[in-house]
Design a protein around this ligand. Sequence first.
Ligand code: SAM
Ligand code: DTB
Ligand code: SF4
Length: 335
Amino acid sequence: MIKSRNQIFSKIRFDWERKEILEILNMPLIDLMWEAQIIHRKFNKYKVQLASLYSVKTGGCQEDCSYCSQSIYSSSEIKNHPQLEVDQVLARAKIAKNEGAERFCMGWAWREIRDGKSFNSMLEMVKGVRDLGMEACVTAGMLTDDQASKLASAGLTAYNHNLDTSPEYYENIITTRTYQDRLETIKRVRNAGINVCCGGIIGLGETNGDRASLLEVLSNMNPHPESVPINSLVAIEGTGLEDNQEIGSIEMIRMIATARILMPKSKIRLSAGREKLSKEAQILCFQCGANSIFYGDELLTTSNPSFQSDRKLLNEVGVSFNKDFETSEKTLSSL
Ligand code: SAM
Ligand code: DTB
Ligand code: SF4
């Protein structure tokens, strides 16, 4: 039986059970949103963090993640490129900052980080982003303790490594790297003193039970990940999941609200798939706990709402966000 509201709200917990999570996920929507809102108002202000994403190394990845256009197993037509130069990445970070982004997230289509020239450049990028006064996040696959410690010394704010789905459903999606590998990577990041950014994707063909199971793993991490990206599948042509059925916006709202209840203080990031959500659905996500978005016209290989339309939306919603931007003369596509 689901616990009373007071029990749910009384403290931050790290012992959530799958059964109770599933009950929360399946609550009448109107009650679920109310519960999530109370928690959100209690633990957080209505401020949305704007995080811009940039693909520093695109395509040619050896992993077989079946949703991903950057995997060598996909036939997606994307613009592959080797690692970009440090200056080009920092120029882009500056533009993102001028547009109001507080965090700059850099992505590498790698299975794991390898020592050498590319890693040294990654460290320079992290330092450069921090020198701009922004938070820096990297997502580049698995890493060693030594690499994590070097990233921490360079000033890295957060490392993104998603679990993607439940332990049970995982092998239907990825076979080249185990769930345990992912958990160990996250532990290394945590041990190095870097904030953990870890979430997943809905729309992979998983059940509600799998969603509860993913949330169980995340919410039993102590401390909770500082950021929890909730992506909905962008079904990209050429990937193994290109024909997956689109998920309904209410499923996204349920996932966000449940994540907010389980992890009251984490940044719950309404991530990939926002282009498919109506303005109203996004507003409901903010209302029940989403307090971060990917901000900028591009994700990694797919598009995202424009800076302008997001600023308009956030102003309409009345949540606070970093308004300290100068609209850049330069367009991002000119880079
Ligand atoms: N290669 C690194 C890794 O896998 O950790 C970093 C980049 S990878 C693209 C980061 C995350 O983006 C994935 O773990 C997945 O959760 C998300 N992602 C990738 N493609 C996606 C898609 N088509 N739809 C939704 N989320 C996606
Ligand atoms: C995350 O959870 N979502 C972002 C980021 N972390 C790296 C990536 C979304 C990728 C969407 C598909 C694409 O653009 O290729
Ligand atoms: Fe590679 Fe990351 Fe894409 Fe998986 S999600 S194929 S690890 S880039």
